[in-house]
Design a protein around this ligand. Structure first.
Ligand SMILES: NC(=O)c1ccc[n+]([C@@H]2O[C@H](COP(=O)([O-])OP(=O)(O)OC[C@H]3O[C@@H](n4cnc5c(N)ncnc54)[C@H](O)[C@@H]3O)[C@@H](O)[C@H]2O)c1
Length: 259
């Protein structure tokens, strides 16, 4: 990641923060983007305290003018843009199929699918001009099958998968790569309630019991895949969907089979 000029949206917490820290630890320069100042400033402070290079920018990943301004700021501050990790997203509600509302779909699709499209559109332009770059979309294992997230969320993340494939092909011959990461359950602000609920009932050990690796993931484990795709190690990889989910998307629901 040495010298790579990076944007991370939703960088004030969870997977975004862990990825921004890892990019910077490996020598990248990182523009940490979030909707409000406090958390992204904290991410930048953590990176700087560890000797890394980072700046914070308040912006809404779903507002086109903001996304364009983010890309312009990265180019102005660091001299170009090599990596855009489109990580900002929102989870939706557990409403049943008959309770789904237009408001929820507009909000969740805007936060997950539209934000991804704007990242591709605006990061893609300078990357095509400089003949290279890596755009990484953060989808979800919930995009592949039912019952791992809200109905609106799963569908919107499936759209993100399709965008990774179509955009990678739209950029054919330009050197710009687009891939998606599909995390499984990871403890972050977004999923904290699930973990707290289980802990309160002494059922923490049940979290991830259907997952081959038998546990939830850590933000750093998603950041590791983001770093591979962002770096030159991923130079022959585009249009791909990488589940980083402890194996859950490889399996049907099952009772535990002893080894
Ligand atoms: N945690 C999990 O189990 C899990 C699983 C699969 C996918 N994901 C995906 O990972 C990504 C990161 O989520 P997380 O788990 O780290 O949760 P998180 O809540 O810690 O991080 C999401 C961040 O995105 C920011 N954000 C949301 N909408 C935004 C917008 N419009 N503009 C700017 N920032 C915005 C939030 O403020 C927050 O900081 C999301 O896209 C999420 O859907 C998470």
């Amino acid at each position: 990641m040495q010298g790579k000029r990076c944007v991370v949206t939703g960088g004030g917490s969870g997977i975004g923060r862990a990825s921004a820290q890892r990019f910077a630890a490996e020598g990248g320069q990182v523009l940490v983007v979030g909707r409000s100042a406090g958390n992204i400033d904290e991410t930048v402070a953590l990176i700087r305290a560890a000797g890394g290079i980072a700046e914070a920018m308040v912006a809404d990943a779903t507002a086109e003018a903001d996304v364009k301004a983010v890309v312009d700021r990265c180019v102005a501050a660091f001299g170009g843009i090599d990596v855009f990790l489109a990580n900002a997203g929102s989870p939706g509600t557990n409403a049943s199929i008959f309770e789904q509302t237009v408001d929820e779909w507009n909000e969740v699709w805007r936060d997950n699918a539209l934000s991804s499209m704007l990242a591709v559109k605006h990061a893609g332009q300078p990357m095509v001009a400089q003949k290279g770059g890596s755009i990484i979309l953060v989808s979800s294992a919930a995009s592949l099958r039912a019952n791992a997230g809200a109905i609106s969320y799963s569908a919107s993340k499936a759209a993100v998968n399709s965008l990774a494939q179509t955009a990678a092909n739209a950029f054919a011959g330009t050197g710009v790569r687009v891939n998606a990461i599909l995390p499984g359950l990871v403890e972050t602000k977004m999923t904290r309630k699930v973990f707290e609920y289980a802990r309160e009932r002494g059922k923490e050990g049940r979290i991830g019991h259907m997952v081959p690796l038998q546990r939830a993931g850590r933000p750093e484990e998603i950041a590791a895949m983001a770093t591979f795709l962002a770096s030159d190690d991923g130079s022959f990889v585009t249009g791909q969907l990488y589940a980083v989910d402890g194996g859950v998307s490889s399996t049907h629901p099952h009772g535990k089979i002893p080894v």
